[in-house]
Design a binder for this molecule. Structure first.
Ligand code: NAP
Length: 369
């Protein structure tokens, strides 16, 4: 976002970056998996932008507490919110609030050292972890739970988390998806990355039948290509029964969870196994069913979508009209989908809107320093 503004705004413009945490980076620092060093390299680019002339970073400042939206709006031509989607979506399932049911997003933030999640108790004393949902976050947590813990030494993962993984009793991570394999939310490169780290197996029956999802019915050609590719990769995986000894990840499809109960010092996840009730005992359940944002005091917020209402990045007030000089970019603009490149593209759109409004004389000059 900052580099977009620098590239496109007159060099006399000054940019203040406000961050509530003691370090910048957001999702790249606290969300991207610690073993994805190449992806994390984008942080170097962000660091360069923040060192550029006219850019000042203010750490440890909470908007709504230390400064209000009105303070920012009054002292700048424009305010751009890029506050992301930190939290996991709420799971609407009996037993979802039991101890041991932890949003995958919280688990990720914990092992990456996000200050809000320090000291979280994560029970890795049982042999099995069940993950609900099969997006890329689900694959990330499955890989972290089953990889050699030494992989994470010297990365952004905390010492506390590396030690917990060394002491972990987890041998099997089961990823339960409510829909069939052609609707899998993970991407093919992430599945290949997981399979390179740990044996990944699939229930052969899950790849057949009505729940497998008919690729031909899908309208979009690109979506059809990617889904066909994913199905081919899944069909090439070994069957669940043939897994070698040691740690493994089991992918299940068409197996919606129905309830979570506490049992024998652990948890039991009940699910529908293609029409037959089934269950899995485990120590930890990680719902990984997407993410949601949080509201910023004084800024409109769509609670249902977990985003800031906007048109092309221009924040909309309660009457549906654009609020002059208030913008939004990234996941809090359009919801938590896509990768880092998607957000760069998205930031460009917001900057286009901001610059157009500036040239149209719609931005008010700062009234206070
Ligand atoms: P996601 O991709 O939206 O996947 C959410 C999963 O949860 C889907 O399988 C969905 O199934 C399931 N789900 C939703 N509601 C459910 C419910 N009530 N009960 C059971 N299952 C439910 O979310 P994500 O994994 O959090 O990823 C968010 C974004 O970050 C994605 O764009 C992802 O690609 C990106 N990301 C990328 C990387 C990477 O590139 N390495 C790593 C991490 C995250 P249905 O389809 O049936 O709704």
């Amino acid at each position: 976002m900052v580099s977009e503004l620098q590239n496109r705004i007159d060099v006399r413009a000054t940019i203040d970056v406000y961050e509530r945490l003691p370090e910048t980076g957001g999702l790249v620092r606290f969300g991207v998996a610690p073993d994805h060093a190449d992806t994390k390299k984008v942080q170097e680019q962000f660091a360069k932008s923040r060192k550029a002339t006219g850019v000042t970073t203010h750490l440890g400042v909470r908007i709504g507490e230390d400064l209000t939206h009105e303070d920012l709006a009054g002292s700048h031509h424009a305010v751009v919110y890029a506050v992301g989607s930190l939290h996991g979506r709420d799971l609407d399932l009996p037993g979802a609030d039991l101890p041991g049911v932890t949003a995958a997003a919280d688990f990720v933030a914990w092992y990456n050292g996000h200050p809000d999640f320090a000291g979280r108790a994560v029970d890795l004393t049982h042999e099995r972890v069940v993950v609900l949902g099969n997006g890329n976050v689900a694959l990330d947590v499955a890989r972290v739970l089953t990889a050699d813990p030494d992989t994470f030494t010297g990365t952004d993962m905390t010492e506390e988390a590396v030690t917990a993984l060394r002491d972990s009793q987890v041998r099997e991570v089961v990823i339960l998806a409510r829909r069939g394999p052609t609707h899998a939310a993970f991407t093919a490169p992430e599945l290949l990355g997981l399979a390179r780290t740990v044996p990944v197996v699939v229930e052969p029956g899950d790849l057949e039948g009505p729940e497998s999802g008919a690729v031909d019915e899908l309208a979009d050609e690109q979506a059809r290509f990617y889904r066909t590719q994913k199905l081919a990769l899944l069909q090439a995986l070994p069957a669940a029964g043939s897994a070698p000894e040691g740690r493994r990840v089991v992918l299940r499809f068409g197996t919606p969870p129905t309830a979570i109960t506490a049992s024998d010092g652990g948890l039991t996840v009940a699910f529908d196994d293609h029409g037959a009730p089934s269950e899995l005992a485990c120590g930890l359940v990680l719902p990984s069913i997407g993410l949601r944002g949080t509201s910023v005091p004084g800024v409109p917020y769509d609670e249902a979508r977990g985003t800031i209402p906007n048109a092309d990045g221009r924040v909309l007030g309660p009457d549906g009209a654009a609020l002059p000089g208030v913008y939004v970019a990234g996941w809090c603009k359009r919801g938590p989908t896509g990768v880092i490149g998607t957000n760069r593209f998205d930031a460009r759109g917001t900057v286009d809107a901001l610059i157009a409004d500036f040239h149209a004389g719609l931005l008010t000059a700062p009234s206070a320093e």
